[in-house]
Design a protein around this ligand. Sequence first.
Ligand code: IPM
Ligand code: MN
Length: 352
Amino acid sequence: MHNIAVMPGDGTGPEVVAEGLKVLAAAAARYGFEYETTEYDFGGDRYLKTGETLPDSAIDELKGHDAIFLGAIGHPDVKPGILEQGILLKARFSLDQYINLRPVKLYPGVETPIRDKGPEDIDFVVVRENTEGLYVGAGGFLKKGTPDEVAIQESINTRKGVERCVRYAFEYCRKRDREKNLTLCGKTNVLNYSQDLWLRTFEETGPDYPEIETDYAHVDAICMWFVKNPEWFDVIVTDNIFGDIITDLGAMIQGGMGIAAGGNINPEGVSMFEPIGGSAPKYTGQNVINPLAAIAAVQMLLETLGEDEAAGAIDAAIAYVTAGKLESLAVGKTGYSTTEIGDLVAERVGSA
Ligand code: IPM
Ligand code: MN
């Protein structure tokens, strides 16, 4: 029995989560696994009513689940930063979800802004460190608000934190079993402390994985190559902020936020899966948003729970729908409503 916590969140989050759950139900029926869901209403509305983001008691409850399915966090009436830090980052940090796993995969029939590239060229995975770096909130002001003001934002990188991320990436690359090529994305030419630690850790860990070819790319250069030669990449490992930035670029080359999903993974604990596109509040309640990213998040969730067959079926069903049904992935241009897309994928999963 899989115990899944569901946090639909804000804006269109609940609509896409409903479609993800529809597909989950179809997969469970077809592949014969059992699961239970517990819903949590953390998000902007609850914060506006109670002042609460994600309390410690909720973290304890979440720890009692096998996985978390998150819709989207972000509310137009809440000051930017409060929900992101109070809910999303708090969950990542408190649950020690030290990996942010972001597949960049162009499904068949999906339009990419990169001319002349197809599904065979765009299929790689970014392993982003998810609990350290610039995200720890270390730093401070001196003489705030005066002409002599100083603002310091520190990037914290621990040997342990870097190594567990790098090791996860090597293991993931081995398991993925494609080109067996792992690229470290960094900025060693300028950031001579943090990136030095990353490079040394990468180089010292590599010999444990002799079959994996390793490579290094500066973060700015990798942005060029994602666009020019995405086929060069298999698995990429990088720190928190670089990973944040390059995975938005990755999402665009795979067809946009309508399809991009990610996992916040604690390999020894509870992981959380989400469409990475945000809450898109202006489309709330219109049944127009594309739920494929949320459905792809369910696929990643099932993979993590060891339901590989069901996960594979969802992946194939997404490909079936993008290749043969949808006109586009863009909001309002798919040719189908949110619920209809969920139906299409669920039916395919149920009948495959
Ligand atoms: C992401 C998001 C978050 C991040 C924000 C909402 C804090 O952009 O998941 O990539 O920066 O990690
Ligand atoms: Mn981001």
